[in-house]
Design a binder for this molecule. Structure first.
Ligand code: SF4
Length: 375
């Protein structure tokens, strides 16, 4: 199996998207963000690809940008110009911050392939520098606007993979691993230990096993709105098919009816909650346990004590009596979350699924209502 950081990351975000992109090879559309990022990477490659340790001038850097600019995916020339102007600003800042300390890199856009747990992993390291005084720093350019939390950088799979590649390909242990966020002009630097490498191997082997087992379920995520494969995705396909003429108008009527009933449910629930608060407050103030309506029926107010047993104390009491096992049980919700986390090897996941006595799968229906989430 051949994987890369991008394909692993795509699988972890959404296994269905991985299948559409890497197995089915469905075409994806160019986008302004992709062209912008690609253009900056290509320009910086040229900027650093020098035989002498003297930085090109700012004018030369801007000239490189013109030459390397990827002119695809823009809505119109106006939008493209905005992106181009922004790229110029980003590179001006890059020049301000880096020209005076310019050095010839130890490696530039270095393609590598390493084997991890039987998987051929390939990638391209943007840049590797020698650190003054010794050691190496791997640098990867990012064109996202926001900086991630440090904890995310500390376990970033791409940097872990580059760290491993540097060890396997060059036999060196990079001291610094840096994500260089070009837009804010900020670097975030981390390092990796042997324990991190072991964790990465495990992560890769789980993804590889799941791909090998054909597990490609869709996983809704914040990037769905930008996904090129919505028309093929089970979560969105129906919407696209309807745009070309509803394949089952009668079913759309039924869906509309279900949605209307569900909304009524919500409205009723909300009103019940408002009344509950008012009734409780009234009973509290006047010491009532029961309030009567006009036809003789009544609202009965009963205390409900919400308690949570302390497992340690319960165990100390029951274990000596041999009764501890009898009160232990598997929490089905926690087990479902563990299975749905997709962090388990497929064999373990299958064994856990098979261990459930209920073999029937039933589907609950939920209402996704954009109007409600906006309220
Ligand atoms: S639309 Fe969302 S759930 Fe569907 S394939 Fe794309 S990323 Fe996955």
């Amino acid at each position: 199996m051949r994987l890369s950081y991008s394909s692993i990351s795509t699988y972890e975000t959404c296994p269905a998207k991985y299948r559409f992109q890497y197995e089915d090879r469905l075409p994806s559309a160019p986008s302004p963000a992709l062209s912008f990022g690609d253009s900056l990477h290509r320009t910086l490659h040229r900027f650093h690809n020098r035989p002498v340790p003297v930085a090109p001038t700012l004018e030369e850097l801007h000239g490189m940008l013109e030459h390397e600019w990827v002119s695809e995916g823009f809505r119109d020339p106006g939008e493209e110009q905005l992106y181009l102007d922004h790229a110029r600003q980003v590179l001006s800042q890059y020049h301000r911050d880096n020209a005076s300390s310019f050095r010839i890199p130890a490696a530039l856009e270095h393609r590598f392939t390493v084997e991890v747990e039987g998987v051929q992993l390939s990638g391209t390291i943007d840049r590797m520098d020698r650190i003054p005084g010794g050691g190496y720093e791997i640098i990867d350019y990012k064109t996202s606007r926001r900086l991630p939390p440090k904890a995310v950088v500390d376990r970033d799979l791409q940097l872990s993979l580059y760290h491993l590649a540097a060890r396997e390909v060059w036999g060196i242990e990079p001291e610094r691993l840096t994500l260089y966020f070009l837009l804010p002009g900020e670097r975030m630097t981390t390092f990796r230990t042997r324990h991190d490498t072991d964790q990465m191997r495990r992560r890769i082997s789980i993804v590889a096993e799941r791909i090998g087992a054909g597990k490609f379920e869709p996983r809704e995520n914040p990037l769905c709105g930008w996904c090129d494969f919505q028309a093929a995705c089970p979560l969105f396909r129906h919407k696209y098919e309807k745009q070309g003429g509803d394949p089952a108008p009668r079913m759309t009527d039924l869906v509309d009816e279900w949605i209307a009933l569900k909304r009524e449910d919500w409205d009723r629930y909300r009103r019940l909650e408002e009344l509950r608060a008012l009734i409780n407050a009234f009973c509290e103030e006047h010491g009532y346990r029961r309030l009567f309506g006009s036809d003789g029926s009544a609202v009965d107010r009963r205390p409900q004590h919400v308690t949570a047993p302390d497992p340690g104390r319960v165990r100390r009491i029951l274990e000596p009596m041999g009764l501890w096992e009898g009160v232990q049980s598997v929490d089905p919700k926690a087990l479902s979350s563990l299975i749905e986390s997709r962090s388990l090897p497929p064999s373990v996941e299958d064994a856990l699924l098979a261990s459930r006595e209920e073999v029937r799968t039933q589907y609950a229906l939920y209402l996704k209502d954009p109007a409600r989430s906006r309220r």
